[in-house]
Design a protein around this ligand. Structure first.
Ligand SMILES: [Zn+2]
Ligand SMILES: [Zn+2]
Length: 147
């Protein structure tokens, strides 16, 4: 709670999960989770997104870059709050993004990994299948084939 008190200009909501809602400029947090060190890091991570003004991304690699930036900022804030920086936790979070990006970019037809050609859309360079992906990181990875 002392972390939240340190950011009086930021709005916080005890939603039960950690996420920064850029459209409302609200940091959602888990009031039970923040009692642990990783929970505190997760909270600082979302605060970092808010402080860096992360708003919207169009391409997956932009999201990945934002995540890296946010973790760098989190390390800085963690020092300020005298928290242990759990690199393993940070790596696990980045790995889950990696996995997410890999799943999205993998062709549903031939399993070839592709880079994004349009926001929320991929086209396989090998078999020319096109598919759409959801914009929302929280929602499951859905690949919808476009005919
Ligand atoms: Zn993040
Ligand atoms: Zn393919």
């Amino acid at each position: 709670m002392e972390i939240i008190a340190a950011y009086p200009k930021q709005r916080f909501l005890p939603s039960g999960y950690f996420a920064y809602d850029a459209s409302e400029d609200i940091v959602n947090y888990d009031p039970i989770g923040i009692k642990t060190n990783s929970g505190k890091l997760a909270l600082l991570h979302e605060i970092s997104h808010a402080m860096l003004g992360h708003f919207h991304y169009r391409f997956d690699f932009e999201l990945y870059a934002m995540e890296m930036d946010a973790w760098n900022k989190t390390r800085e804030l963690a020092n300020k709050h005298k928290l242990n920086i759990n690199e393993e936790y940070i790596n696990a979070c980045m790995d889950s993004y990696d996995e997410w990006l890999t799943k999205r970019g993998t062709c549903p037809k031939c399993n070839e990994f592709n880079v994004q050609n349009k926001p929320n859309e991929f086209k396989c360079y090998r078999c020319l299948t096109r598919w759409r992906v959801s914009e929302d990181i929280q929602s499951s990875i859905r690949r919808i084939v476009i005919k």
